[in-house]
Design a protein around this ligand. Structure first.
Ligand code: HEC
Length: 122
């Protein structure tokens, strides 16, 4: 499947310059590795896992938005066969930390009209 790619993820390409992670980020990374990676990937780009489920990309998504969604799945306010189960596995701290991880990923956006890349400033 070849789609036009709008996002490029840089964070994982420069491991030799990796800075030490904050406590939040380190726990977020660990939980993402253990729980989320099969479906959302380490960098938030959806994978082919999860059978027929449609998995959203969450790369560089707003942290507050992800926290709100994860809390809503956990509280049963939104129900989904997979995410409701996943959210039960996360503490409040974990929810904060995985959202910290995915929201901190840096991206560039391709403008299809101007045909150029620009930094995504958030
Ligand atoms: C088994 C596959 C699977 C796993 C594992 C999984 N997700 Fe999801 N995730 C999904 C699917 C499918 C959806 C879309 C759910 C829906 O339509 O309500 C989703 C939705 C989300 C959303 C909401 C996106 C939006 O735009 O509303 C967030 C945030 C999210 N996942 C974060 C995570 C995090 C963080 C983890 C790990 C702790 C995780 N997911 C683990 C499959 C998965």
């Amino acid at each position: 499947m070849q789609k036009l790619i709008f996002l490029i993820v840089f964070l994982f390409s420069s491991s030799s310059f990796a800075e030490e992670l904050s406590k939040e980020m380190a726990n977020g990374k660990l939980k993402v590795q253990k729980v989320c990676v099969t479906c959302h990937g380490m960098n938030g780009q959806a994978t082919g896992a999860g059978n027929s489920a449609i998995i959203p990309n969450i790369t560089a998504q707003e942290k507050n938005y992800m926290v709100a969604r994860l809390k809503a799945y956990k509280a049963g306010e939104i129900k989904h066969p997979q995410m409701s189960v996943v959210a039960q596995m996360l503490s409040e701290q974990d929810i904060n930390d995985v959202a910290e991880w995915y929201s901190k990923i840096k991206i560039q956006i391709f403008d299809p009209e101007r045909k150029n890349w620009r930094q995504y400033n958030k």
